[in-house]
Unconditional design. Structure first.
Length: 153
């Protein structure tokens, strides 16, 4: 698994999710399985099947989170204090669609509707390495869009 970039807050959320899944959900699911087993015949026990499926999904997510945390890199101001767009940069751009604000984040934290774009997305990749005043051309299914970088923070 490749390195994944996180803000300090995003990494903390992921750690909290891991803690919740291991300390709260895991015991709750184990209790559901125990109660379903006590009902007898497991071959037609929908509650047992549902609890086992929930257990499988929870354990899979726990494993995924642990792998992500092993390869996590925290975004710091030092990474993008050079005046060049990098992961963690907040940028203001201008295009024929008006001005927009974006934050370049790792894949796990991306939320385009909120302006958080992944460093691996076509838009995020296009901005990486550019400076204030640069014009960046981004290819989309509907054609190219030119963005002028107005600010980098």
């Amino acid at each position: 698994m490749d390195n994944q970039y996180f803000s300090k807050e995003g990494l903390e959320k992921l750690k909290q999710e891991l803690q919740h899944r291991t300390e709260t959900l895991r015991p709750e699911i184990a209790q559901r399985i125990k109660e379903a087993k006590e009902q007898g015949d497991l071959s037609e026990n929908a509650e047992f099947d549902a609890a086992k499926e929930a257990q499988s999904m929870n354990e899979g997510r726990i494993e995924d989170i642990r792998k992500i945390l092993e390869n996590a890199i925290i975004i710091t101001n030092a990474i993008h204090s050079t005046g060049v767009v990098g992961v963690g940069s907040s940028i203001k751009v201008q295009s024929d669609r008006g001005s927009q604000q974006f934050v370049i984040v790792g894949v796990t934290e991306s939320n385009p509707a909120e302006g958080f774009i992944s460093n691996e997305s076509p838009l995020g990749k296009a901005f990486l390495g550019h400076k204030k005043g640069d014009t960046v051309e981004v290819r989309t299914p509907k054609g190219g869009i030119a963005f002028k970088i107005l600010e980098i923070a």
